[in-house]
Design a protein around this ligand. Sequence first.
Ligand code: F6R
Ligand code: MG
Ligand code: MG
Length: 361
Amino acid sequence: MKITMSVIKADIGGFVGHSSVHPDLLENARGILAGSPLPIDFHVTHVGDDINLIITHEYGKNNGDIHQLAWDTFLSCTSLARKLKLYGAGQDLLADSFSGNVKGMGPGVAEMEFEERGSEPVIVFMADKTEPGAWNLPIYKMFADPFNTIGLVIDPKMHQGFLFEVRDLIDNKKVTFSCPEELYDMLVFIGAPGRYCIKSVYQKGTNEIAATSSTQRLNLMAGRYVGKDDPVLIVRCQSGFPAVGEALEPFANPHLVSGWMRGSHSGPLMPVPVNLSNPTRFDGPPRVVALGFQLCDGKLHGPQDFFADPSYDLARQKANEVANFMRSMGPFEPHRLHLDEMEYTTMPDVSKRLKNRFEKI
Ligand code: F6R
Ligand code: MG
Ligand code: MG
């Protein structure tokens, strides 16, 4: 049976500030999805201030009705957020009316369609206070690094490698790399995650979808700062794909990502369970949650809240140590992002005001 898994997310109001989602909004979203005949199943959750709708259905990717359902859910939650005077109510909904597809309208989307296997373990990763490129390093490790994924070496079903579709978010172009042969070429690009993002990964030979991410950059879409891009990622696991533990392993060693405080700082991506995904310190540090589901005829059995496991305690401790170190730099780069990457800046105003004070040397 062909199943589509759609993960659609938006920040439509924070509780308190930009730290989390009000429980009434999550309940409201559940009620709306439960009232629709379209989903086979759904799970509503949050990471930080983002609501995530995980929906399974049979209508394929970019389906107008499913996107409409997500849009209506976010709109309804927005009016509730306005009523409760939640912070930044409606911040990710860029348009006033729906035009058939939520892509480009604010919400983040990751969707994949596949024939459900005899057993179909899937992980949905969701992050807050960061950008889509934050997935580049972990996806690389899952699907291309034998030091992370031993299956690439000793599982005959993985040994041939994977195909990586990489998007250029600035020029709106895409390119596919075949790895391991083109690893070094690919790294030239994905090592610059502010611009190049891994959109999807496919199994070689079968062309089966293995992973897909959301790649919108809200700030580029709106041409001004309108909020974080807080990305999501779906990964299929086992039997020719990374084992569940190989997909989770990259997060045992927190890497630095962009998007902390005012979308203008770099910090470690801390793996946490849903109940700890409420960024506090300096509005962070950035968080990632991993929910595992076993699909059964499209039904979502789960979730397994993977980062609740004590084997991620040390990663959290390390993230705290790195966060301390980064914070000690205050307003200096590289804790503060490079000028082109900051989502807030007073540079034009201050430069204008001080223009006449700058003398030629
Ligand atoms: C938002 C975020 C926060 C805000 C910060 C300032 O996702 O990461 O760090 O950027 O709290 O928010 P405003 O400008 O709304 O006061
Ligand atoms: Mg917010
Ligand atoms: Mg957010």
